[in-house]
Design a binder for this molecule. Structure first.
Ligand code: PMP
Length: 354
């Protein structure tokens, strides 16, 4: 850090993204990307005319994209705000609603803790119960910003919308932010609850189920008043936060419901097959409603398994914290990628037994 960096920023730990190695080709199962390309409609939408239009700024309001989202999710356009990935919207949320502090689980998306530090929001860490279960009773009456990934990452476990509704009801003086980055892989969304509570905000991303991680697109949904809060922050930080290409691609992706269903179903099917194979090899695999599996084996630690797989060209994610260090998080890729993963695991475990 240079001597010019303010103490407020030089002293805190930033988020460590999953490796994006450029040195060699890995079977990349470490950042929950989709193994499938975006809808062919996205390619068609990004035509030569759109390339020429790159000289123009994008619509800062994402009007057409919000109209399409409103249609698909049965919301009003003023109940929606688009972001440069959902990470950006999470950051806006901590800024907008964090003045009383923010509560989130000890095992969850690592960015929450970083954003609390960055925006000087007091973090109230709520330990998950045994088996990484989030107990809604631990979140009642906290009356501050509450951030819950549903399904949770890296565990993959999901709550029911009625549990999140209860948390919203019992925290009238705090916003309840439900981060639904992985909801399309078999969990139930809280989007139908939007508008019923003045303090419930749902955030989703196009990065996983719509194969658009590179385009950086997410959206927040909530009462218009909450969206105006976020918009104020957006317009202070980056008014043109969603690029023209991304807005066009996002709309095209929403227009291809069949492709979306096909891909999410394929990933769920591959997930179940992979979970069964890992279980048969002696792994304990948490029941996942996401595009990843969180698993451990009594015969090998998480770090050792991560390293051994990396040597074989398969990249998974390991989190070194006390409660997660025995596990690896494995993104569900294509059937071929999972076959390679299982071959690798089989060879590693065979080597240990020998
Ligand atoms: N929330 C959770 C729980 C995530 O795992 C991720 C992906 N790292 C995000 C949000 C952010 O996704 P993006 O910024 O790509 O929309």
């Amino acid at each position: 850090m240079s001597r010019f960096m303010g103490a407020r920023y030089s002293l805190f730990d930033a988020y460590t993204p999953g490796e994006q190695p450029q040195d060699r080709q890995y079977i990349k199962l470490n950042t929950n990307e989709s193994p499938y390309p975006p809808s062919p409609k996205v390619r068609q939408a990004l035509d030569a005319g759109e390339i020429e239009d790159q000289r123009l700024y994008p619509d800062p309001e994402c009007t057409a994209l919000r109209a399409k989202l409103a249609q698909v999710y049965d919301l009003q356009p003023d109940q929606l705000l688009c972001g440069n990935g959902s990470d950006e919207l999470l950051s806006f949320a901590f800024m907008a609603w964090g003045s009383r502090g923010a509560a989130f689980a000890d095992v969850s998306y690592g960015l929450y803790r970083v954003l609390a530090d960055l925006h000087q929001v007091k973090a109230h860490i709520v330990p998950l119960r045994e088996g990484f279960v989030l107990d809604d009773r631990d979140y009642l009456g906290l009356n501050r910003l509450i951030v819950i990934a549903n399904p949770n990452a890296p565990t993959g476990l999901a709550l029911k919308p009625r549990q999140l509704a209860l948390i919203a009801e019992q925290n009238p003086d705090g916003v309840v932010l439900v981060d639904e980055a992985y909801v399309d892989f078999g969990a139930e969304s809280c989007l139908p609850l939007v508008g019923r509570y003045d303090n419930l905000c749902v955030v989703q991303t196009f990065s996983k189920s719509r194969s658009l991680a590179g385009a950086r697109l997410g959206f927040a949904a909530g009462p218009a008043e909450l969206m105006r809060d976020l918009k104020k922050i957006k317009n202070a930080i980056n008014p043109y936060n969603v690029s023209r290409l991304t807005q066009r691609g996002g709309i095209a992706s929403l227009e291809d419901a069949d492709y979306f269903l096909l891909n999410t179903r394929a990933i769920m099917q591959t997930r179940e097959n992979t979970a069964r194979s890992l279980t048969a090899m002696g792994f304990e695999v948490l029941p996942s409603r996401t595009n990843f599996l969180f698993a451990r084996h009594p015969g090998i630690g998480g770090a050792a398994l991560y390293m051994a797989l990396k040597k074989r060209g398969v990249l998974v994610r390991h989190f070194g914290a006390e409660r997660t260090k025995d596990y690896v998080r494995i993104t569900v890729g294509s059937q071929e990628q999972m076959a390679a993963l299982l071959d690798g695991v089989r060879a590693i475990m065979g080597g240990i037994r020998a």
